[in-house]
Design a protein around this ligand. Structure first.
Ligand code: NAI
Length: 451
């Protein structure tokens, strides 16, 4: 009999197991593929390893503009993938060690819920006082003719296969200009593939601030990426991707096609029916504590379909375990940062101009060029980064921060703290930022205006 059985060893699952084990609970963690889940093995971490290699290449190529001579610079894709594998291996073994240190029992295999307190794995049924479902998400595969066959033949790829390509594609077509699509377009463009992104909406980067998404698009167009917007893919073959726009048909050559049109919670085949766990639109419904409709059964991470980000998953797992341990804790979603690790990076937290207006909030916006940051000017060759703040008109509370420019991924955490702690414009003005840094741009935004 376990105190807690955790199904799925991704960020939500392994963090929950670690915390519960640390608190003295007897924990069983069941993972069918690899500890670390999508994030460590085929998502966040490996993609960042590839993107960093691309960044190193980009700097080296432009070395002369920084006064650095670097001749014969080239990227060895196989070596990049090998380094990525090393990074993944290091981090996965770190998670394995973490489980051991916290006395978490790990079972390798497919776990299936068989009742309100039971999960079967490898032919054995285990009993747990509490269950925590952290089975994550999987790529949504659109019913486009040729996708299924393409995946079987290795022509079409998901986020998993694209990270392990032995050779660079000559022509890569990316279906879906969201986060995965843009990050992969960024790497393969730098690495030397011809990249076309086909997006059904009029703009890339989904919910990102529209000004930032259009600057990002312009940046990548200048680097050679082609964007086909408002486009509906109709068929993929071994050599081409066909699409329609405004009633006209087009095609683009492709030796590989990435399918990145979103992800869906992994809720089928895990026995949710056996316990009576309620789902809506394929996602497990949870309350603020992470509990499902069944007392004692919790869910955290992508499987609840709420935010689908590894950092959200970590916090949801923490909240669930705290409640299981009898400590009051509740999830808040208003200050969850998001990052697109392109070069330049885009990062945001809180309301966008669009989301605030949709909610009927009275807001003011302030936008400032990143060129107002001394460090940004010292380190960048082009200057089209921006910082945009969304401010509540009456209360003067900071509601949203949107950044385009490198280090945005690291700066956004500070902006998240400001929003989470409900800082007002005057509070932010009174903070001392380190100088010279790119993060100063937030203060510059406020200082240059009579706010
Ligand atoms: P996404 O939701 O970010 O983007 C999907 C894009 O595909 C959207 O722009 C959508 O309009 C478009 N689309 C949908 N159907 C289409 C079709 N038939 N033809 C053309 N375009 C179509 O999903 P994505 O990029 O697959 O990422 C999945 C999840 O992984 C997201 O929840 C994301 O937040 C997460 N992720 C986060 C990362 C990060 O935080 N840096 C990195 C990678 C993934």
């Amino acid at each position: 009999m376990y105190d807690l059985i955790v199904l799925g060893g991704g960020p939500a699952g392994y963090l929950a197991a670690e915390r519960a084990g640390h608190a003295g609970l007897k924990v069983l963690l069941i993972e069918k593929r690899a500890l670390g889940g999508v994030c460590l093995n085929e998502g966040c971490i490996p993609s960042k390893a590839l993107l960093h290699s691309a960044k190193v290449l980009d700097y080296a190529k432009h070395g002369a503009q920084y006064g650095v001579k670097a001749e014969g610079v080239s990227l060895d894709h196989k070596a990049v993938v090998a380094r990525k594998n090393k990074v993944v291996k290091t981090l996965v073994s770190g998670v394995t060690a973490l489980m051991k240190a916290n006395r978490v029992q790990v079972a390798e295999g497919v776990g299936v819920i068989t009742g309100k307190h039971t999960v079967a794995v490898n032919g054995t049924e285990h009993e747990g006082k509490y269950l925590l479902i952290c089975t994550g998400s999987e790529p949504f595969l659109p019913p486009i003719p040729g996708v299924k066959e393409g995946l079987e033949r290795g022509i079409a790829l998901t986020n998993r296969e694209i990270l392990d390509l032995p050779e660079l594609p000559r022509d890569l077509v990316v279906i879906g200009g969201g986060v995965i699509g843009l990050e992969m377009a960024s790497y393969f463009n730098s690495a030397g593939s011809r990249v076309t992104v086909i997006e059904m909406l009029p703009r890339i980067a989904g919910a990102t601030d529209s000004e930032i998404s259009s600057i990002l698009q312009k940046n990548y167009e200048e680097k050679g990426v082609t964007f086909q917007l408002n486009a509906k893919v109709t068929k993929i073959t071994d050599t081409e991707v066909f699409y329609e726009r405004g009633g006209e048909s087009y095609s683009v050559p492709a030796d590989k096609t990435l399918i990145s049109v979103g992800r869906k919670p992994s809720t089928s085949g895990i026995g949710l029916e056996a316990a009576g766990v309620y789902c809506e639109r394929g996602a497990i419904v949870t309350d603020k504590t992470g509990q499902t409709n069944i007392a004692g059964i919790y869910a955290a991470g992508d499987v609840n379909g709420k935010s689908m980000l590894a950092h959200t998953a970590y916090r949801e797992a923490e909240v669930a375990v705290n409640n299981i341990l009898g400590k009051k804790d509740a999830m808040r979603y208003n200050a969850i940062p998001s990052v697109i690790y392109t070069n330049p990076e885009a990062a945001a937290v809180g309301e966008t101009e669009e989301s605030a207006r949709e909610k009927g909030l009275e807001i003011e916006t302030v936008t400032q060029q990143m060129m107002y940051s001394g460090r940004y000017v010292a380190e960048n060759l082009t200057g089209d980064g921006i910082c945009k703040l969304i401010i509540a008109k009456k209360s003067r509370a900071l509601l949203g921060v949107h950044l385009l420019g490198n280090y945005a991924s690291e700066i956004i955490y500070g902006a998240g703290v400001m929003i989470e702690t409900e800082l007002r414009v005057q509070d932010v003005k009174e903070l001392v930022f380190p100088h010279p840094t790119v993060c100063e741009i937030i203060k510059v935004c406020l200082g240059n205006k009579r706010m």
